[in-house]
Write a protein that binds this ligand. Structure first.
Ligand SMILES: [Zn+2]
Length: 294
């Protein structure tokens, strides 16, 4: 009886008082983040223990809808992120849960996001990439349509499980977030992590997922995109060879292609990108996270 009473009290409190830190009943919520220091461009792993067992938990975070998973209903987790253009500041994670009795409970916790320091480099690339011909522009346009279609599909279920594994065993040649100046004109931000690998090195899936794209693209070269569910994708660029087909499911560590230098590449390397709900995140941080599952 005490348990049921507590649930009702919580539900009433949340209706009367908008969810806020210090709201009635909020003492029992526990929200942990990993990494502990939140920065722009990084993934963030949320672990939430609500005051009572829930049947569902969702959140809003930086304008994104975040779905949480749980094995027991007591401990909930979700992998989310902070876009590169997020300004330093304090941002709320607004949680909404449903108890097993059908009552709604809510809680809000504010997190500080700091500005990460990313490097800047100047590069020279062949002219065709800075001034594409009309034929090349047509190819680029078609690529954009393909990517737009692929990015629009989101698998609601989580496919990933456990720690993400590096796709190759190789040194890093360029970090995520590097500001690039091409031929002194075009500016871009490096939205992936580059591994220095010789051509034809086997590249493996960082976690379980489904192949949503495996084809040549103008800038990316031979490219594989994996959907790990809940808006999380990984992309593998500049491959010399593709070893998977679109629609196939893959396991962590499964070979998906061979490294190369196709597309916009100054030399052979693997560019790994992590995309979460339309924003690119630092793969190096994701690869370091310890995550639940086998
Ligand atoms: Zn790269």
């Amino acid at each position: 009886m005490i348990f049921i009473l507590m649930v009702c009290l919580l539900a009433t409190a949340q209706e009367a008082v908008p969810a806020a830190s210090g709201a009635k009943g909020s003492e029992a919520w526990s929200v942990r983040v990993n990494p502990a220091r939140l920065v722009n461009g990084a993934p963030v792993f949320f672990q939430v223990t609500p005051p009572v067992a829930l049947s569902a938990l969702t959140a809003t975070w930086l304008g994104h809808s975040v779905v949480f998973d749980s094995d027991s209903g007591k401990a909930w987790f979700s992998l989310a992120g902070i876009s590169l253009d997020t300004k330093p500041g304090r941002y709320p994670l607004h949680l909404e849960g449903e108890t097993r009795e059908g009552a709604k409970i809510a809680y809000e916790q504010v997190f500080s996001v700091a500005a990460e320091k990313y490097p800047e480099v100047k590069l020279t690339v062949s002219k065709e990439y800075t001034a594409p011909s009309p034929e090349q522009l047509e190819v680029i346009k078609q690529d954009q349509e393909v990517k737009h279609k692929v990015f629009a599909e989101i698998t609601p279920e989580r496919e990933w499980s456990g720690k993400f594994a590096a796709p190759v065993d190789a040194p890093i040649s360029d970090v995520f977030g590097t500001r690039r100046v091409f031929n002194g004109v075009t500016k871009s931000v490096h939205q992936g992590l580059d591994f220095r690998v010789p051509p034809s090195t086997p590249v493996s899936a960082v976690n379980a997922g489904r192949v949503i794209l495996a084809r040549p693209l103008y800038f990316e070269g031979n490219c594989v995109m994996l959907d790990h569910g809940q808006g999380l994708l990984t992309l593998y660029l500049h491959l010399s060879e593709l070893k998977v087909k679109e629609g196939e499911t893959v396991k962590r560590g499964q070979e998906i292609g061979l490294s190369g230098a196709t597309g916009r590449a100054t030399g052979p390397h693997l560019h790994l990108a992590v995309r979460w709900q339309g924003t690119y995140l630092d793969p190096a941080v994701l690869l370091k996270l310890s995550l639940p599952g086998s």
